[in-house]
Design a protein around this ligand. Structure first.
Ligand code: XIL
Length: 492
């Protein structure tokens, strides 16, 4: 039995809740602040790290490896099936401006270049059948080409969602220099939203205390708005990818001094970007997996301030929204809250606590970094989303990918189609789920191989020839499209 099955049946949940000490599944955000000496803090990230990937694998990956991975299993069963093989030569789609309503990114942001580029330049997508240097060409199953170029974002909007979107690590990796990658990123048929994979994180935005660098983040926004994409701005307060002045201060932080840092960072950044962002992930991954639903005590913010740092961050964002009359939405974002259980309940408690304090929270991001065959069922994801929307907040699938052990087998690839289908279909079924974002769309630039040893193949496209060669659509793409169009067809 997988870890997730154990959790959902309550067996493991009961076991971990029994282990002291912890907040268990009755996590409450309180204003009580604990002052903890900084000297006990484990440093998690460094500005001097040679690359974001390096810094990530030092800091973030251990918890993710533990939390997201468990023994690989193919026992997940689902009745969904889809066509799993097709060869196709090329898809050419004429670009159209995807957002024309008053809620479109361009209309919300007067500073966005989108207003001057409402018809995006060519976004034709060239895909090829898989050949030479694919990870495992013999078992690669491909998506079916659509003659019209009708894509994931078109179908998401037809299903009543705001977008189908993607994260991209721009600027930061070589995506920007990859013609074929950028061609697909700019394909408005597939992507109507973009999330910066790294460039808005604390270490890049405020590398020195009080010194803000918005250059790269603005470049990302401009690029996304050029094809009328919404931007989910990501993220303000997280334990990882922090500058050394936060993780290793000259003078140890106190509750008061670090709370002021949280407030200043959040307030200034939300104010600066304003309504160029559709939403902000104000606090990222505050909760732990063990004991499930407790606060993650490896965060410097938790260590010094206690759970009140979550309240502080949302209060600062709320103040920025009010003082600047913004419409940007404020989200809490986390993983392992995509299915019912102690951690999801703890996230719901954060929502309730903030609302009880009249602090703005508009949504919860369900990261959805899944493992093939261990993706929660569509029903369990739907039920879980409804538990959040019942509290009066939206949900969004914010970081979807479905990784598998390399090399992929045909069985894993088929299961991956079903897993993508389950998550997208759950979002379609829940009115308050505003959209689905994949955590990049091209295996060539995925965070998975550098974070989870031996795993990969988690995205919707691959580049068999490597960087700057044509993309190939996997069958997983079809799993998403079918989940989206199935709903559209059944709608009155
Ligand atoms: C990841 C990026 O993809 C990596 O490039 C970086 O090294 C570490 O962070 N949850 C999140 C994202 O909220 O910000 C993380 O992104 C993936 C897990």
């Amino acid at each position: 039995m997988s870890v997730r099955s154990l959790l959902t049946t309550g067996l493991l949940a009961a076991a971990v809740l029994a282990s002291p000490p912890g907040y268990g599944n009755t996590v409450t955000v309180t204003a009580t602040k604990e002052v903890t000496k900084y000297s006990t803090i484990t440093k998690t990230a460094s500005c001097n790290a040679p690359s974001k990937y390096t810094s990530h694998s030092k800091s973030h990956s251990p918890s993710h490896s533990t939390s997201h991975s468990s023994s690989h299993s193919t026992s997940h069963s689902t009745s969904h099936s889809t066509s799993t093989s097709a060869t196709h030569s090329s898809i050419t789609s004429s670009a159209t401006s995807s957002a024309t309503s008053k809620t479109s990114p361009s209309s919300r942001s007067s500073t966005s270049p989108a207003s001057s580029s409402s018809t995006s330049s060519s976004s034709s997508v060239t895909t090829t059948s898989s050949s030479a240097s694919n990870t495992n060409p013999s078992t690669t199953i491909l998506a079916t080409a659509t003659a019209t170029g009708y894509g994931l974002n078109d179908a998401a909007k037809a299903a009543g969602k705001l977008w189908f979107g993607t994260a991209a690590d721009i600027p930061g990796t070589n995506e920007l220099e990859d013609f074929y990658y950028m061609q697909e990123f700019n394909n408005t048929h597939d992507f109507g939203e973009a999330t910066p994979g790294n460039i808005m994180k604390f270490m890049f935005i405020e590398p020195e205390q009080g010194v803000f660098d918005f250059t790269g983040a603005q470049q990302f926004i401009d690029l996304a708005h050029a094809t009328d994409k919404y931007v989910r701005c990501h993220n303000l307060i997280w334990k990882s990818e922090l500058p050394t002045w936060v993780t290793d201060p000259a003078v140890p932080w106190t509750n008061e001094t670090l709370s002021a840092v949280v407030y200043e960072h959040v307030y200034n950044v939300v104010t600066h970007f304003g309504d160029q962002c559709y939403s902000w992930d104000v606090v990222n991954e505050a909760l732990a997996d063990s004991p499930a639903g407790s606060y993650d005590n490896s965060s410097i913010f938790y260590d010094v301030i206690g759970p009140a740092y979550v309240v502080d961050a949302f209060q600062a964002a709320t103040d920025a929204v009010k003082n600047n009359s913004l419409s940007v939405k404020l989200y809490y974002n986390d993983y392992n809250i995509e299915f019912p259980g102690a951690k999801s309940i703890a996230a719901q408690n954060i929502v309730s606590e903030l609302k009880a304090r009249n602090i703005q929270i508009d949504g919860v991001g369900l990261e959805s970094h899944f493992i093939v065959g261990e993706t929660p069922s569509q029903a369990s994801q739907t039920t879980n989303m409804q538990a959040f929307t019942a509290l009066g907040v939206d949900v969004a699938v914010t970081e979807l990918d479905v990784r598998l052990p390399l090399p992929p087998t045909a069985a894993d690839e088929t299961q991956q189609v079903a897993d993508y289908y389950s998550t997208v279909a759950a979002c379609v079924a829940v009115k308050g789920c505003v959209g689905v974002t994949v955590w990049d769309f091209d295996d060539n630039y995925s965070w998975i191989p550098s974070t989870f040893a031996g795993q990969g193949y988690g995205d919707l496209f691959l580049q068999p020839g490597g960087s700057n060669t044509p993309l190939v659509k996997k069958a997983a793409y079809d799993g998403c499209l079918e989940a989206l169009t199935g709903a559209a067809e059944s709608s009155p």
